[in-house]
Design a protein around this ligand. Structure first.
Ligand SMILES: *[C@@H]1O[C@H](CO)[C@@H](O)[C@H](O)[C@H]1NC(C)=O
Ligand SMILES: *[C@@H]1O[C@H](CO)[C@@H](O)[C@H](O)[C@H]1NC(C)=O
Ligand SMILES: *[C@@H]1O[C@H](CO)[C@@H](O)[C@H](O)[C@H]1NC(C)=O
Ligand SMILES: *[C@@H]1O[C@H](CO)[C@@H](O)[C@H](O)[C@H]1NC(C)=O
Ligand SMILES: *[C@@H]1O[C@H](CO)[C@@H](O)[C@H](O)[C@H]1NC(C)=O
Length: 542
């Protein structure tokens, strides 16, 4: 790596890492920084190894020379009879050995220099490496992908995400699979956990990356796999695998204990009624909800609007009654009429999108759910976000104006732009954008009337915005704006607008949200003549 590049790199790292908040797994923007730091460490050690190699070469040369200079031992008298030989021999022992061999080998100043330069480098950029919590977060991300998109474990383990076309040229090693399986079992996801452990078993003999991770033994995997099958209620298989351990290590203490316990239960079962599978994980409350089931099916593309439902949808050019846009109209693609959901294509240009990401990158934080002070991070929303205020970023004024033109609403009561980045299996589970008690949370601004969502990049796979009740999955289209009303005309909540961000399967997802509130829209979107209170109430808790 050239010097220029390395200076660039260090600058790059210091620029980003100082401002990192939160975890590594929730956003790809954080993960990119990890690679920068890893590259920095590789470079430092390469420098060190180069220097060490050079020193070794020098020492070797010196030793070769000394060997050649050794005189013939039969005529030492004659040799030292020459005063020059006496001088060079003494000089060699006084200086040359010291400078050429002892110092380079025994003086550790160089090594200490390198050590402190690396740790100092990491300290100045305030780098805290990822930890086990990040590894668990990444595991949960993969689990979510498997669960929602029904990706088979064997395919994932071989680097196939979805469909043949998306074959990646990576595959997981036995120790990767063991790590995933172990983590999943710890989360009591025994079904997926056991599948990953079985993959690890398949892979131990073909593990070409064994030198990078510690070697995995079959017994290690079996130690995790047996309790998993036990919890899944498959005692016969657990017992069989337990015997496999004992075949390999006849004095394995845990296996010996298990053998006694399993065989006792199995014997009891032979004499009585079969045991009911005990600890099968029941679907939790969240997953049991109809909207969650619909969300999964909409994300997978199993559930979509029928042609009949779509027949009134149009694509049209629209100027929204703004003179300027009569010349360059918006490209509108209607997605649903009631409640209204539509794309506005090419609503933001590439240099604007770049600027938004650049501006937000340094201050991304793990996204929270909940209201103001009580907001917490949660697996419900795995992403990182930041806010861009209009008064601090005057260059956003054109985008703000465009948002007003497109929606016909005022931004006076709107929130700052929210930039969001989704990482491994990043998602936002079904939720409403409006809140229960708007006066408490938003004061005079009132509830979130309309959501405007810019897609800032193309997502390779996954990451659609799903409306479970509308049977609608809106795939991200770079530069497009997705718009929908959260409230009825009479400002009552429209419970059909429950929506979600499907997990990102491949790639990264950047979006930018703007929420328009009720306040100041009195002449922009007047109420209808009748109240919509109580409409579609049955969707509220569905
Ligand atoms: C080790 O090497 C450094 C420079 O490379 C030198 O300044 C220092 O005096 C040496 N230490 C010893 C104990 O020789
Ligand atoms: C995939 O990996 C194999 C070896 O692991 C390599 O030979 C091949 O060139 C790679 N293909 C691509 C498209 O990177
Ligand atoms: C890992 O296992 C392979 C095959 O079993 C073996 O050849 C290799 O030496 C092992 N590596 C280490 C570091 O133990
Ligand atoms: C993008 O829009 C900005 C206005 O916000 C404009 O200044 C710029 O020239 C546009 N860039 C491109 C590539 O169209
Ligand atoms: C935060 O939680 C407390 C108790 O759980 C509640 O009394 C309070 O109203 C909440 N605050 C907000 C802003 O929601």
């Amino acid at each position: 790596m050239s010097r220029k590049r390395s200076i660039c790199l260090i600058f790059h790292i210091s620029l980003y890492l100082v401002l990192v908040n939160g975890d590594y797994y929730s956003a790809t923007s954080e993960l990119e920084r990890l690679l920068d730091v890893e590259a920095f460490i590789v470079e430092k050690f390469e420098e060190y190894l180069d220097r060490a190699q050079q020193e070794q070469d020098n020492i070797k040369r010196f030793l070769d020379q000394v060997e050649k200079l050794q005189p013939d031992h039969d005529d030492l008298e004659g040799y030292f009879g020459n005063p020059l030989n006496a001088f060079t021999t003494i000089r060699r022992l006084v200086y040359d050995w010291k400078y050429n061999v002892f110092e380079p080998i025994f003086n550790t100043t160089n090594l200490e220099d390198y050590k402190s330069s690396i740790s100092g480098g990491l300290k100045t950029i305030d780098f805290k490496g990822p930890n086990e919590e990040d590894l668990k977060g990444a595991t949960r991300g993969l689990l979510r992908l498997q669960n929602i998109y029904q990706l088979p474990t064997a395919q994932l383990a071989n680097g196939v995400l979805a469909g043949e076309k998306n074959q990646l040229n990576i595959s997981l090693s036995a120790s990767d699979c063991l790590e995933l399986g172990t983590n999943l079992c710890e989360m009591q996801e025994y079904s997926y956990g056991s599948e990953w452990l079985l993959e690890a078993r398949k892979k131990i003999n073909e593990d070409s990356l064994g030198f990078i991770s510690p070697n995995v033994t079959d017994v290690e995997i079996l130690e995790k796999l047996i309790p998993a099958f036990y919890h899944l209620g498959n005692l016969k298989l657990a017992n069989k695998l337990n015997n496999e351990i004992l075949e390999k290590e006849s004095d394995h203490e845990e296996a010996l204990r298990n053998k006694v316990a399993y065989e006792a239960i199995l014997a009891k079962e032979r004499n009585h009624r079969p045991r009911k599978p005990s600890a099968l994980s029941e679907p939790n409350k969240k997953e049991a909800k109809e909207s969650y089931q619909l969300y999964k099916r909409v994300c997978r593309g199993e559930l979509r609007q029928s042609p009949r439902q779509q027949r009134k949808l149009r694509c049209l050019f629209s100027h929204q009654n703004v003179a300027f846009y009569r010349l360059a109209p918006f490209k509108v693609e209607q997605l649903n009429l009631d409640p209204y959901v539509a794309y506005f294509h090419e609503a933001i240009n590439s240099s604007e999108m770049e600027q938004i990401i650049e501006k937000g990158l340094g201050s991304m934080e793990r996204s929270r759910v909940g209201q103001s002070q009580n907001a917490t991070t949660s697996e419900i929303r795995t992403s990182a976000n930041t806010w861009l205020w209009y008064n601090e970023n005057p260059w956003l004024s054109k985008i703000k104006q465009r948002l007003e033109d497109i929606t016909g609403l005022s931004t006076e009561s709107a929130e700052p732009l929210q930039l969001v980045n989704y990482g491994i299996g990043g998602q936002y589970e079904p939720h409403f954008d409006f809140v229960e008690e708007p006066q408490k949370v938003f004061g005079w601004k009132g509830n979130r009337m309309l959501t405007a969502l810019f897609y800032i990049n193309d997502v390779a796979l996954g990451g659609a915005t799903a409306f479970p009740f509308l049977q609608l999955a809106v795939p991200p289209v770079k530069g497009s704006l997705l718009v929908w009303y959260n409230l009825h005309r009479s400002l009552h909540k429209d419970f059909r607008t429950k929506h979600a961000g499907c997990p990102v399967i491949k790639g990264s997802k950047w979006i930018c949200n703007e929420w328009f509130h009720e306040g100041t829209q009195v002449f922009k979107r007047p109420c209808g003549l009748s109240s919509d209170e109580g409409k579609f109430l049955h969707f509220e808790n569905k």
